[in-house]
Write a protein that binds this ligand. Structure first.
Ligand code: PLP
Length: 346
């Protein structure tokens, strides 16, 4: 599928060597399994479907971000910071995993939480509570106001003797996930080969991971195409962000020219529903079908939406019985418990 000149290919060892120059903290159990889901596939009338179980990365209920944190938390340590500050909502998987990583590494974690105060302490928010993260209730979603509050929180931490790492402002932080998944592409390619798959369509939630899988796949000449499903923004926004992230890693980490373009991604925004977090009927169907055919859980905000994308493309006929699909399960399962009212009715 790749069309780049062979001179811009990198071997698995070359990718590992260049990424291996970065500081890293080991947190993830890898390789994660690549699992066949024949009953799910049969219920949809084909194609062959497998799930890359990155919900099983093993740390703090798992998920794709555990791989990213290996680089981000090492960056925190390399910059001699001892407090990690994140602006993120109560049900953020990102926040939960960083809260747990901070607990593991002895770093203070502060979450500046947009949205309503006194939310029900459930799902990820409950796990944040257990890890002892300090949560600053802002009661606002206004970006300018959140930035002002973040300034105050950072100042306050400095006064208290901490050296804070403001994740949303740090230039390295956004590419940590793309670096991790450029490397994870090697794992996917090796597992495809072991499973006898010579070509496949790789579906996942759009974001830093999809950017890395596309970059790694292109460099390796991998026989897969990355399909990134938006859970929030428009197709164009997601596509621009995938290209920008993958080219940042190509140029800043791998010493390459910016080789990634729109051709390297298939991007979807038709499964978003009305907004981020909208548990559409298609998402609920995806959660129910995977749960009832395979005993595997996806959540209504991220993985359920990307899986609704797989089902939708099968029904449209763009994925046929001849195709092989790998769905990358990026985790997020604690969110299920915060949607108990909706999900108890499916
Ligand atoms: C479960 C889950 N999957 C996928 C994503 C997509 O983003 P990324 O690939 O940048 O982690 C997120 C982001 O919050 C997530 O929580």
């Amino acid at each position: 599928m790749s069309t780049i000149p062979a001179t811009i290919r990198l071997s698995a060892d070359q990718i590992r060597e260049r990424i291996g120059r970065l500081p890293r903290v080991r947190l993830a159990f890898t390789p994660t399994p690549l699992e066949e889901v024949p009953r799910f596939s049969e219920a949809l009338g084909g194609p062959r479907i497998l799930i890359k179980r990155d919900d099983l990365t093993g740390f703090a209920f798992g998920g794709n971000k555990v791989r990213a944190m290996e680089f981000r938390m090492a960056d925190v340590q390399a910059k001699h910071c001892n407090a990690f500050v994140l602006v993120n909502i109560g049900q953020s998987n990102h926040a939960r995993l960083h809260a747990a990583a901070c607990a593991r590494l002895g770093i203070k974690m502060v979450i500046v939480k947009p949205g309503p105060k006194n939310e029900r302490v459930q799902g990820n928010l409950l796990l944040n509570h257990i890890t002892g993260a300090e949560i600053v209730e802002t009661g606002t979603t206004d970006p300018a106001e959140l930035e002002r509050i973040l300034d105050d929180v950072l100042e306050d931490l400095r006064r208290r003797g901490y050296r804070p790492y403001a994740s949303t402002r740090d230039p390295f932080s956004p590419i940590a996930g793309t670096i991790a998944f450029t490397e994870a592409a090697i794992e996917v390619v090796e597992q495809m080969s072991a499973a006898g798959i010579d070509c496949c369509q790789l579906f996942l939630v759009g974001g830093t991971s999809a950017a890395g899988l596309a970059l790694g796949g292109k460099l390796l000449g991998a026989p897969y195409r990355v399909h990134a499903v938006s859970v929030g923004g428009s197709r164009q926004q997601l596509l621009s962000s995938e290209i920008a992230l993958s080219n940042r890693v190509a140029t800043e980490v791998l010493d390459l020219p910016p080789i990634m373009s729109a051709d390297d991604f298939a991007v979807y925004d038709e499964y978003v529903g009305s907004r981020y977090g909208d548990a559409t009927p298609e998402v609920l169907e995806a959660i129910r079908l995977l749960g009832r055919t395979e005993g595997i859980f996806v959540d209504p905000v991220y993985t359920g939406k990307a899986l609704a994308g797989v089902i939708g493309e099968i029904r449209k006929g763009t994925l046929t019985r001849e195709d092989t699909v790998i769905f990358v399960h990026t985790g997020g399962t604690p969110i299920i418990f915060a949607y108990d009212e909706v999900l108890s009715r499916i």
